[in-house]
Design a binder for this molecule. Structure first.
Ligand code: TRP
Length: 444
């Protein structure tokens, strides 16, 4: 019954595009470069790639299998497979994390709107001045929230998906062109050195958690987005192949974004560890040196805004699906209430770039500024903790064997060997590594 009323993805390709649309966003082009910059460059990149391969990819497969098996939202998925009262809390954590991430993500997505307008008008000005104007900060943040609500309520998600089929390849091509250009800039080789030549002395306990948190954030893992996406997957689809395709495209875009940013950064002589402002400081100054740079700037920020939109839609979808499925709210009511809460929670992040002294200088967990704190708490802590429990649940409670049976419904029989390897990763390696990384952070 559920299976037919929920509707399905049209094809394996449709699913991969939608999941990649959720995964590819500001996490790849805004967050990945600045986190890499803060954590010393190339050595961090290697850790990040290892986290994607060994921890995030098995968890992605687990979330998709859990969703497809139960055809449920994250809370319902746990309730469907166990009678324990406690497991659904992992789903609740995901619902809260969705609102938490959305609140600061929308602020940054608002910046991309602001930069479209700046590039259009031809006067860029400094990022610092831009984010200190409370009216435009809150205005752009609210505008992006409005855009997300419009897509989710207006039923135009399908339309966005169809568009992103053309626009995401366009983003890729633009990235490649910008890399080509930036590599010719004077001083670019220092950026390549920083980005690709590892200096392992820069790694400490915090670096591991930053890499793991970024891997979860970038792949939209640890809070049930992929459980929800899996709930729309027909049984005949091949989960491991889909998961690898999503992980590969997401990681490739992030890696290329770094290759675009760091040569430019060193050539303009900016600081790699400057935090969330990084891409907004670097790119406009590069566009300004290019022939036709204004149009490239406009195109870049439009594509980035659309990549962000497919991600904000997927973030809003988890709390909304929870309220609709579990609490029987109407979709409209759920969307408005969650948006209202997100707006209030996002205000301090919007004011944290100098507008409000209090929110800009607030320091917690070694992070300064409300937006940085939110990003740390909800990405680096909440997502890996959610991922830990999802791995334990799928590996031990539902059971890796049952999960493998579910996955094998859509794969050629030869995959059963591979699934044994996955079972080992999800039962032992993922939980142990996540725990170790969280403990390493405590002692760093
Ligand atoms: N992965 C997206 C990005 O990189 C952000 C995102 C969308 C997300 N849905 C999520 C992150 C769910 C964590 C969980 O921009």
């Amino acid at each position: 019954m559920e299976q037919t009323t929920r509707g399905n993805w049209g094809s394996q390709m449709g699913f991969i595009l939608a999941a990649a649309g959720s995964a590819i966003g500001l996490g790849n082009i805004w967050r990945y470069p600045y986190i890499t910059g803060q954590n010393g460059g190339a050595a961090f990149v290697l850790l990040y790639l290892a986290c994607v391969l060994v921890i995030a990819l098995p968890v992605l497969i687990a979330e998709l299998a859990l969703g497809r098996r139960t055809t449920m939202n994250p809370v319902g998925a746990f309730q469907a497979l166990t009678t324990s009262k406690y497991w659904p809390f992992v789903g609740y954590l995901g619902v809260i994390t969705g609102v938490g991430i959305l609140s600061f993500y929308l602020v940054v997505a608002g910046w991309t709107l602001g930069y479209i307008v700046k590039e259009l008008s031809g006067t860029i000005g400094s990022f610092g001045d831009f984010v200190q104007d409370p009216i435009s900060e809150i205005g752009y943040f609210a505008a992006f929230l409005g855009l997300t609500v419009f897509v989710v309520l207006g039923g135009v998600e399908k339309g966005i998906e169809r568009w992103s089929k053309f626009l995401m390849p366009a983003l890729l091509i633009l990235l490649l062109c910008l890399i080509g250009y930036n590599l010719t800039l004077e001083g670019a080789s220092k950026g390549i050195e920083f980005y690709l030549n590892p200096d392992f002395s820069k790694i400490n306990g915090s670096t591991f958690l930053a890499a793991l948190g970024q891997a979860f954030f970038s792949l939209s893992l640890g809070m049930g987005t992929m459980i929800t996406y899996g709930s729309y997957l027909p049984k005949k689809e091949n989960i491991p192949v889909g998961a690898v395709a999503v992980a590969l495209s997401d990681t490739a875009i992030a890696f290329l974004a770094g290759l675009m940013i760091f040569p430019a950064l060193f050539s303009v002589g900016l600081e790699p560890s400057q935090g969330p402002a990084l891409v907004f400081n670097v790119l406009p100054s590069v566009f300004a040196t290019m022939p036709g740079g204004q149009f490239i700037g406009i195109a870049f920020f439009i594509l980035l805004a659309i990549a962000a939109l497919t991600s904000t839609v997927s973030l809003l979808e988890v709390p909304v699906a929870f309220l609709v499925d579990q609490k029987k709210w109407s979709r409209k009511k759920a969307v408005w209430i969650i948006s209202g809460a997100t707006f209030l929670l996002g205000l301090p992040s919007a004011l944290a770039q100098g507008t409000s002294d209090f929110f800009s200088t607030l320091t917690l967990f070694g992070q300064t500024g409300f937006l940085d704190i939110m990003s740390f708490v909800f990405s680096d802590l909440s997502l890996p903790i959610g991922g830990f429990f999802i791995a334990i649940f799928v590996g031990w409670v539902w059971g890796a064997r049952h999960a493998s049976e579910e996955i094998l419904l859509g794969t050629p029989p030869a995959f059963s060997r591979l699934m044994a390897g996955w079972g080992f990763l999800i039962r032992f390696v993922c939980p142990a590594m996540i725990l170790l990384v969280l403990i390493a952070k405590l002692f760093s």
